[in-house]
Write a protein that binds this ligand. Structure first.
Ligand code: FAD
Length: 378
């Protein structure tokens, strides 16, 4: 055996899994087709939102609470600054905030419910309609994605893990008692393998068919009339649900621009090897008019654009489980535009599955078996 575990794809989830494995003393080799901390896939673009009052469903809250602790642990292990908590405004019509309200109630999350007038008085950066409200999630903020991946990999290496950057895995197959991974023309043998290939997930799990697709996501950064209103101290992160589109914002991090973007994808399924990184002016119309109408202190033309991608499941909940066609091969992916904040806890879930064959963490809603009946995972 080359190591106990092989990890295919050392991006967001793969880096956190490598950290967890190495910390637990499990020998592991990670393969990454690009450099560590690259921005060619789902983890680029300077910042990712962390929030606990969760639009996507209260079932995520325990995972997010555990993830919070692990972010702090990773910061401690690596003496780095990865997660900033500066609060988060979840804005929308009350009828759209059902899961946010259920999350704060069910788990007694620290929060405030604010009327439109109170929001605009306290945070003049926003313009709300009278029927909108906001829930201020006190445990929300943002993560620095590229350095988070680098930190997890460094922590893994510190604990004995081996990483092969710029090494693309070509195939995985069972042979005798092991799993053979072919990369850069060489065969590696492992007891178990975990695939964390993000947008490339379907290459290793073709059975997913139309349930999995790759979506292109455009990030936009804008200049402000008075940038001092958009600092970490004065401008909590926000997520805003609209009737047709959703938006989010993150404070100024480089001293010059505020990230305000549309949530989700730009309707184009992309081949992950041929992501279109050009942005047509008409693609910006929706986000620019949102900025014009609802963010009075921002100049409504972006000065920075970035195009990234994520693997999406049809129901927008990720998948974790055993690959149905390969013994001792597990897979996670399809984080559908909201996985970064959960990455450390997903690394822990991966470790549990590899070591114990199951996890105590509440991942029922993420099991691969909901899509592929042949897939098994206790
Ligand atoms: C623009 C954008 C904004 C987002 N905003 C947020 C946010 O604010 N908050 C939040 O929580 N989430 C957010 N998300 C979602 C989150 O970033 C993703 O869900 C998460 O990063 C997915 O992680 P992953 O490990 O599945 O994929 P990735 O991070 O892409 O990792 C997969 C890795 O596998 C490698 N790989 C693939 N195939 C091979 C192979 N054959 N050999 C070797 N290596 C391989 C890839 O190169 C890549 O590094 C956002 C996503 C995007 C794109």
């Amino acid at each position: 055996m080359d190591a106990s575990v092989g990890v295919i794809g050392v991006g967001t989830m793969g880096s956190m899994l490598m950290w967890q494995l190495a910390k637990a003393g499990v020998s592991a080799i990670g393969f990454e087709q690009f450099g560590i901390g690259h921005d060619r896939s789902a983890a680029g673009g300077e910042s990712r939102i962390f929030r606990t009052a969760y639009f996507e469903g209260p079932e995520y809250v325990p995972l997010l609470q555990e993830s919070y602790k692990l972010w702090r642990e990773l910061e401690e292990d690596t003496k780095s600054n990865l997660l900033t908590i500066n609060g988060g405004l979840m804005i929308g019509e009350e009828s759209l905030l059902g899961n946010v309200m259920k999350s704060v109630k069910d788990f007694q999350l620290e929060h405030e419910v604010l009327s439109a007038d109170t929001v605009m008085h306290r945070y003049p950066q926003h313009r709300l309609s009278p029927s909108e409200i906001a829930v201020l999630d006190k445990k929300a903020g943002f993560i620095r994605p590229e350095v988070a991946v680098v930190a997890a990999v460094e922590a893994a290496k510190e604990n004995g893990a081996e990483i092969f950057p710029y090494t693309r895995v070509e195939s995985i197959h069972n042979s005798g008692a092991g799993v053979i991974v072919r990369a850069n023309g060489r065969d590696f043998k492992f007891e178990k393998v975990f695939v964390t290939a993000g947008p490339w997930t379907k290459r290793f799990l073709p059975q997913l068919n139309d349930q999995f697709s790759v979506k292109r996501i455009v990030m936009t950064w804008y200049p402000a009339k008075d940038i001092s209103l958009y600092t970490v101290e004065r401008f909590p992160i926000f997520a805003r649900l609209g009737k047709e589109h959703d938006y989010f914002g993150i404070p100024v991090l480089d001293g010059s621009m505020v990230k305000i973007s549309r949530v989700g994808y730009y309707n184009e399924a992309a081949d992950p090897d041929r992501l279109n990184r050009d942005v047509a002016p008409e693609e910006l119309e929706i986000i620019n008019s949102f900025v014009k109408e609802s963010m009075p202190g921002i100049l409504p033309n972006p000065t920075r654009l970035g195009v990234y991608m994520d693997g999406y499941m049809e129901d927008e909940h990720a998948i974790i489980g055993q690959a149905p066609h390969l013994d001792n091969v597990y897979i996670m992916g399809g984080y559908s535009g909201h996985g970064f904040k959960m990455a450390p806890v997903m690394g822990k879930v991966g470790l549990d599955i590899l070591i114990k064959g199951k996890t105590e963490l509440p991942i029922q809603h993420l099991k691969l078996s909901r899509h592929l009946t042949a897939a098994s995972l206790e």
